[in-house]
Design a binder for this molecule. Structure first.
Ligand SMILES: [Zn+2]
Length: 325
């Protein structure tokens, strides 16, 4: 058994339960909630988030991994309050999304040197070992994101993530763009840094329905996040039924021990001032779409309860048990 940082303190992996491995409570532009509070509507967002997560808890969701780093306007005290009020465990993230701060890597002024990866790692290690923004809330996962192909500032963030992991034992979770195969390049760079692939979760891979791509990644030891699920989904990508059937095929091929599911949803993802606006008509079930829609369909396709439990309970636990080794 291992212990991971949750926003309410240390959490034993045996207590993770049914886990959604890539979600957000809120996302936004860094600093908006301080500069334009009228656009963040923080109090109402918090209340709506508590209501939604309380319902999710009732329907069996035990833990959410919130993959929001600072450049997506991570709000750790809101996340903590929502966790406390709803009873859902939440693990929050250090690291970066696609909006790599200019102070880390100047793309406008090429004559300026990027900040060293080790210096970025110092900052992220602090968020894991001491806490985020002097709240004492510690990050339990390292998030990193790239486009395809990987841009230089994103490579710097990948290397910083690797070094943060090597110093703390905290695991790495990645963002890959729709329909890309860039997970293999992310793996290559993390390998160059000496990261053991059992410590790595390559995310958002389920809009690329290519068995060869997924098997090549899993055969190197990484975990895969089939973590984009919605009833409508981006129009140019496979629909949720195709995504679900694809997972069934991978399970049939013996890969059921390496796959996890999530939505990548959030209560507030746009600066509309209205938290429910980001639910849209396309996602009425929010964090419960997998429970209510995807898993029943997966069972219809012949996937056993045992395999479903692996995806939703055992694999997240086994993944987080890699923490700290
Ligand atoms: Zn996300």
């Amino acid at each position: 058994m291992a212990v991971v940082n949750s926003v309410l303190g240390p959490l034993e992996t045996s207590d993770l339960g049914f886990t959604l491995t890539h979600e957000h409570i809120t996302t936004g532009s860094a600093g908006f909630r301080f500069t334009y509070p009228e656009l963040s509507n923080r109090q109402r967002v918090q209340q709506v988030a508590v209501d939604i997560l309380t319902q999710a808890r009732k329907e069996g969701v035990d833990t959410i991994v919130d993959c929001t780093p600072m450049d997506l306007d991570r709000d750790v005290t809101l996340i903590q309050a929502v966790s406390k009020a709803s009873g859902i465990n939440i693990i929050c993230a250090t690291g970066s999304h696609l909006y790599v701060p200019h102070d880390f890597y100047q793309t406008m002024f090429e004559w300026m040197d990027p900040i060293p990866a080790d210096t970025v790692a110092d900052l992220w290690v602090r968020e894991i070992e001491v806490g985020i923004e002097e709240t004492g809330i510690r990050a339990g996962i390292i998030k990193v994101a790239t486009n395809d192909p990987i841009r230089p500032p994103e490579e710097l963030m990948l290397r910083a993530a690797a070094r943060t992991h090597l110093r703390t034992g905290v695991l790495i979770t990645t963002h890959t763009p729709h329909t890309s195969r860039v997970g293999l390049d992310q793996i290559r760079i993390l390998r160059e840094e000496g990261v053991d692939m059992s410590k790595v979760y390559i995310g958002h891979v389920n809009s690329t329905l290519d068995h060869d791509y997924h098997k090549r990644m899993m055969d190197q030891g990484v975990w895969l996040g089939m973590d984009h699920f919605s009833p409508s989904g981006p129009p140019t990508t496979p629909d949720w039924r195709a995504r679900t059937a694809f997972i069934r095929d991978l399970i049939d091929d013996g890969y059921e021990d390496r796959i996890m599911l999530s939505h990548d949803w959030n209560v507030k993802g746009v600066a509309s001032g209205d938290p429910v606006a980001s639910m849209g008509e396309g996602m009425p079930d929010g964090y419960l779409w997998i429970t209510r829609g995807v898993l029943p369909y997966m069972r219809e396709l012949g996937v056993s309860d045992g395999a479903v439990n692996k995806l939703m309970i055992h694999n997240p636990r086994n993944f987080f048990e890699e923490t700290g080794r």
